[in-house]
Design a protein around this ligand. Structure first.
Ligand code: ZN
Length: 231
């Protein structure tokens, strides 16, 4: 199986807290970093702007936004539709109504397709199975299976790095501090409702708030907005 000897990585960067931390983590380890975000008609379009901003701050070689129109047609849940986002579990499967079936699987495949062209074998993603809402596509088992599928299907020696996989949200914040990612996190976006300043009540906002509080670190996003007089 072919594998690249380039010191380069491609980060799946949504502009959120976790993938922004991973962007810095990758920039600290590889000479060249690329980043990719996906436009699937998400209601929080502000996160695409956040992804672009943090990618520029890190100095990626290239940041690309890949349109995934198909998800908008297929998903129809609260991240793409008009329903308000709450901490709601679907009755039929017990998954949060923010779960978009197949989303991460498509993202991995599309990212790998670009990485293949770039001759980059390292993919980095912020998925985490510890503190998350039970998304099945964020589990270690899914990432392992995906790695095998990509290696086999493209005959290329991909490695998917998941530095946050087994960390709590507080530990992720501590890692962000160690990796000097707090400056970037001031420009990351988390709120499911796409609010700036963050709404503070959606599950994503609550999880972020708890993570920073338990880590004993002030959220640099709120600090930045306060200094700008936004909050
Ligand atoms: Zn929110």
């Amino acid at each position: 199986m072919r594998v690249s000897d380039r010191s380069a990585a491609l980060v799946l960067c949504s502009g959120g807290q976790d993938s922004t931390t991973c962007l810095r983590w990758a920039a600290n380890r590889w000479q060249e970093v690329y980043s990719v975000a996906f436009d699937y008609g998400q209601r929080h379009r502000v996160e695409l702007d956040a992804a672009h901003t943090v990618a520029s701050m890190v100095g990626v070689v290239e940041h690309r936004v890949i349109p995934v129109e198909a998800l908008k047609l297929l998903a129809g849940n609260s991240l793409t539709g008009d329903t308000a986002v709450g901490n709601v579990l679907e009755a039929d499967n017990g998954l949060p109504n923010t779960f978009v079936p197949g989303r991460n699987l498509m993202f991995f495949t599309l990212a790998a397709a670009w990485a293949y062209q770039l001759k980059v074998s390292h993919l980095v993603t912020g998925v985490c199975q510890t503190d998350y809402s039970g998304y099945p596509d964020c589990r270690q088992q899914t990432v392992q299976a995906m790695t095998m599928a990509l290696r086999t299907g493209m005959d290329y020696g991909f490695t998917i790095h998941t530095p946050l996989m087994h960390l709590t949200k507080a530990q992720s914040v501590q890692l962000a501090q160690e990796e000097q990612a707090l400056e970037l996190l001031a420009y990351s976006h988390t709120c499911y409702n796409g609010s700036v300043p963050p709404c503070g009540t959606c599950p994503a906002c609550k999880l972020r708030e708890r993570g920073f509080r338990e880590a004993g670190i002030a959220d640099p996003l709120l600090q930045r907005l306060a200094s700008e007089g936004t909050v």
